[in-house]
Ligand binder design. Structure first.
Ligand SMILES: C[S@@+](CC[C@H](N)C(=O)[O-])C[C@H]1O[C@@H](n2cnc3c(N)ncnc32)[C@H](O)[C@@H]1O
Length: 224
């Protein structure tokens, strides 16, 4: 009796071996696809979420909280008599910039989150104001706002003192500044409109720049 006949696996053995090999190959391909899909989704989620989380992790936490409709209306109300250039510092999804452009301003937004900037550009194009709007992916502390005659900020209390100094230094005497929800700590507002979270404060650069000059003069003339 031959060895094959003795063990009885001459024809069956190769078939039996190759069947599990095909199964495990397709299983490992499926595993690769699943790993790729899960990995890719995690990378995409990370890429989208990170720009929203980063502002909250900075020394001054300024997260994306969109202005309410009433807040936007109040901004436009206090700037009714104004024209020219306008900037929204930390422009979010561009709602203030777009609303201002619709009222005739040449409006710009500076925003750290690139997704929000791209969304703002798309919205401005869709609403037909892309020619009178510009959106920049920039850190508000690293750019100058000297060229703007109307400035809007919806910030947080922790940043207002530092921003007061920056804007006092940079803005021309002809500028007006609107603070949404949180006022500047030492500037005296010219007008206050709205209630609660929709309140906006209007400031005149002539007032806050001369206030600062007076303080500097007093400091210089005070005996040590
Ligand atoms: C309170 S939201 C205001 C959004 C918009 N101005 C509005 O009123 O709808 C503040 C925005 O500032 C952005 N931001 C935070 N830190 C920033 C920085 N250092 N430079 C520029 N933008 C910043 C945030 O991503 C967020 O979109």
């Amino acid at each position: 009796m031959s060895q094959q006949e003795l063990f009885g696996n001459s024809a069956a053995e190769p078939r039996g071996d190759s069947a599990p090999a095909v199964g495990s190959k397709s299983k490992s391909r499926l595993g690769l696809i699943v790993t790729g899909v899960v990995g890719g989704s995690l990378v995409a989620l990370y890429a989208v979420a990170t720009p929203f989380v980063v502002p909250a992790l900075r020394k001054i936490c300024l997260p994306f909280v969109p202005a309410t409709t009433a807040q936007v209306e109040n901004v436009l109300t206090v700037l009714r008599a104004r024209t020219g250039s306008l900037v929204d510092i930390g422009s979010g999804d561009g709602r203030i910039v777009i609303a201002a452009a619709k009222r005739g301003f040449q409006a710009s937004g500076f925003e750290l989150n690139p997704w929000l900037v791209w969304f703002s550009r798309y919205k401005a194009w869709r609403e037909g104001v892309h020619c009178s709007t510009t959106f920049h992916i920039s850190d508000l502390w690293k750019v100058s706002f000297a060229q703007f005659s109307n400035v809007v900020i919806f910030g947080v209390p922790q940043m207002m003192e530092q921003l007061e100094l920056k804007l006092t230094r940079e803005l021309p005497y002809s500028a007006k500044v609107v603070a949404c929800r949180f006022p500047f700590p030492t500037w005296v507002p010219e007008r206050i409109v709205g209630e609660g979270i929709d309140t906006v404060w209007l400031y005149d650069a002539k007032t806050f720049k001369s206030q600062q000059q007076q303080q500097e003069t007093t400091r210089k003339t005070m005996p040590e």
